[in-house]
Design a protein around this ligand. Structure first.
Ligand code: NAP
Ligand code: MG
Length: 404
């Protein structure tokens, strides 16, 4: 079989630990035998980030801006223990944080669902994608303890000299105070990323805040979403047969629980933090959760939502057998290849991505699984495989599909 050709390279960001091991196996077993793979390779493994003073992360983010599509392996975000373990020069920032702020992007997380794993919520038939606004609010909040009676005020001093002032509370005794912010620019970028991704996925977009209580703050979010939708997306949405739906956050939660799924739920920063853990847990396993960063000008970076699976890596280093789930990382590759195929009008490449995902579903449907999925599967006698054994099964199915 002739290998599938590519035009534009993907930005390939390698990573750490067990996912770095899987990364190489996925490429060797499932991609390189079938695709004449073109990538611009950036080694975001912690030793190389340390060696380059984290320049490699910046270079990789810039390459994503230039080439438009990236695929990323999970990476270690260093903490004190990692400083010792890797003899680091500095406690480097989270690569995901650096890339996200450079691309000004929004992260969309979607569970990979299979008929043998039933969501905890019985109504859910299709995946629910969570889009979390990743800037501001309580995450950039400032806080004070009021340790005696007194007045708390919110003051804004404009550059023009104009000031605005409002009393937060007149304290009769001790208490707490918090100030938080967001910017129109960040909210607008978030809105563009959400509307673009909904069009891409041909799924409805839901957005919810508490603008009945927070009339100015949450009201601003709602107004910007409305304005961006009216100005740039309304007609495209109706041409695609999808909708934009705004409601209050408590109403959204109730509707989500009774829904069939199959839509994108845009959340403010805190709501997204909480709801993404709720949705991913209810759908099954972190190892079955994909993640894509979408910038407001339509650049895409695909990855798995999970981390580097450190515990499994230490077993691997001791020569013990591992059973680590590669599905979300494979779907990062298939997502990136499909998008590259779409942008370069390479139907064969996009079709390969679909076959690769199909081979994963075939394998799981036969009951072959990694350890994490065994206890979740219903209606089959699951057969647990090692990391290598599971990938070999997927390759069998992929070969069968491509020769069919
Ligand atoms: P993790 O790597 O996601 O793993 C947590 C646990 O979840 C694992 O120990 C394992 O449970 C299970 N798990 C996750 N992915 C799995 C898979 N593919 N197959 C089977 N089981 C899986 O999170 P962590 O241990 O908190 O973090 C490890 C490192 O990853 C940290 O250094 C962190 O900075 C980094 N991290 C990176 C990203 C990213 O790059 N996007 C995201 C999160 C964390 P059992 O051990 O019970 O089998
Ligand atoms: Mg969280």
């Amino acid at each position: 079989m002739e290998k599938i050709k590519m035009k534009t390279p993907l930005v390939e960001m390698d990573g750490d630990e067990m996912t770095r091991v899987l990364w190489k196996m996925i490429k060797d077993e499932l991609i390189l035998p079938f695709v004449d793979l073109k990538t611009e390779y950036y080694d975001l493994g912690l030793p190389n980030r340390d060696k380059t003073g984290d320049q490699v992360t910046i270079d990789a983010a810039q390459a994503t801006g230039r080439l438009g599509v990236a695929v990323k392996c999970a990476t270690i975000t260093p903490n004190a223990q990692r400083m010792d373990e890797y003899h680091l020069h500095q406690m480097w920032k989270s690569p995901n944080g650096t890339i996200r702020s450079m691309l000004d992007g929004t992260v969309f997380r979607t569970p990979i669902t299979i008929p043998l794993i039933h969501p905890a919520v019985k109504f859910w038939k299709k995946p629910i994608t969570i889009a979390r606004h990743a800037y501001g609010d309580v995450y950039k909040g400032v806080e004070l303890m009021a340790d005696e009676p007194g007045v708390a005020k919110l003051v804004f001093e404009g550059e023009s000299g104009k000031t605005q002032e409002i009393v937060v509370h007149e304290f009769k005794g001790p208490g707490v105070i918090q100030g938080m912010h967001n910017s129109d620019k960040s909210i607008r970028s978030f809105a563009h990323s959400c509307f673009k991704y909904a069009l891409d996925m041909k799924q409805d977009l839901w957005f919810a805040t508490k603008d009945t209580i927070s009339k100015k703050y949450d009201g601003r979010f709602r107004a910007i979403f409305d304005e961006v939708f009216e100005a740039s997306y309304k007609e495209k949405f109706s041409a695609s047969g999808i909708g934009y739906f705004y409601t209050l956050i408590d109403d959204a939660v109730a509707r989500v629980m009774r829904s069939e799924g199959g839509f994108i739920w845009a959340c403010k920063n805190y709501d997204g933090d909480v709801m993404s853990d709720m949705v991913s847990t209810a759908f099954g396993s972190l190892a079955m959760m994909t993640s894509v960063l979408v910038s407001p000008d339509g650049k895409y970076e695909y990855e798995a939502a999970h981390g580097t699976v450190t515990r499994h890596y230490y077993k691997y280093l001791k020569g013990e057998e591992t059973s680590t789930n590669p599905i979300a990382t494979i779907f990062a590759w298939s997502g990136a290849l499909r998008k590259r195929g779409e942008l370069d009008s390479l139907e064969e490449l996009s079709a390969f991505a679909t076959q690769l995902e199909g081979a994963c579903f075939d394998t799981l449907t036969e009951g072959y699984a990694t350890k994490d999925l065994v206890s979740l599967m219903e209606g089959v006698e699951p057969k647990q495989l090692s990391s290598e054994g599971f990938l070999a099964k997927i390759r069998e199915h992929l070969t069968k599909r491509l020769n069919a």
